[in-house]
Design a protein around this ligand. Structure first.
Ligand code: ATP
Length: 247
């Protein structure tokens, strides 16, 4: 039986009269990709906010590696091993790939001012950054400014930034957005290998990528999970086809 790394239990969030998430429960197990899909306005971003810590749930709880994190800040959750990438890129364009990943590590280690040691030679920052870039097969681009990267390579750097913090679980918010077929195929391959080291909760609109990558899929509609299962089950579920796939 696989170990549960992240679990959401009965999460509710209301904005005025609108119930954005209602009683959402799901878990993420070691070694898997669990995809969360749903039409626009289903509540995916609201749920991500509650997992990552930027939104406090009205009710319910979030556990990471057996520890309750429901009331912890974004930074505390990151330090406990919740890694994430964002819908909108947060990379520093003029800086090198390596420097971008190192900045993330530095922020997490909580010592942004090291006057006595040049950052670019600090092994405690360099080593995890190098390792993360290697895992995303981008070490050969370490010295390249982010501004010179392809869209797909930027996505790989973003995942590397999250990986360098040695997360227990990874939350990826639409990593395939804006990628062409080549970039999508490459990232799909990388994530397939990565899940064996870090389980991934994947929020993604690209259904082909979801059906290929996900071990399990949860479908969120109007704030509730309406279906849950593997790709075959979800593709065939009449409720999902009607609500989400427009069939
Ligand atoms: N801060 C807020 N205040 C009021 N309503 C909000 C707020 N954030 C989200 N909502 C509403 O909650 C509902 C769920 O929104 P959410 O952004 O979580 O959906 P989503 O599934 O991420 O959609 P998309 O795929 O379009 O990003 C929507 O009706 C949205 O308008």
């Amino acid at each position: 039986m696989s170990e549960t790394v992240l679990s959401l239990n009965d999460l509710h969030k209301r904005f005025g009269a609108l119930q954005a998430t209602r009683g959402v429960s799901l878990d993420l197990q070691e070694g898997e990709i669990h995809a969360l899909i749903g039409p626009n306005g289903a509540g995916k971003s609201t749920l991500i906010g509650q997992i990552a810590g930027s939104l406090a749930p009205d009710q319910g709880s979030v556990h990471l590696a057996g520890r309750e994190i429901t009331r912890l800040s974004v930074a505390q959750r990151a330090r406990l091993g919740l890694g994430r990438s964002f819908q909108v890129s947060s990379l520093a364009e003029p800086l090198s790939v390596m420097r971008n990943v190192m900045i993330g590590v530095q922020a997490l280690q909580g010592h942004s001012f090291r006057f006595w040691k040049p950052v670019y030679r600090d092994e405690s920052l360099l080593a995890p950054a190098r390792e993360a870039l290697e895992r995303m097969q981008l070490l050969h681009r370490a010295d390249t400014p982010v501004s010179e990267l392809s869209h797909g390579e930027r996505r790989q750097v973003e995942v590397a930034c999250a990986l360098a913090l040695k997360p227990r679980a990874l939350l990826l918010d639409e990593p395939m957005a804006g990628l062409g077929p080549e970039g999508t195929a490459r990232l799909t391959e990388l994530l397939e290998a990565l899940k064996l080291e870090v389980p991934i909760l994947l929020i993604e609109h690209d259904m082909e990528a979801v059906f290929r990558l996900a071990d399990r899929i949860s479908v969120l509609v109007a704030g509730s999970i309406i279906a849950h299962g593997d790709s075959v089950t979800i593709r065939q579920d009449p409720q999902v086809r009607e609500a989400y796939l427009g069939d």
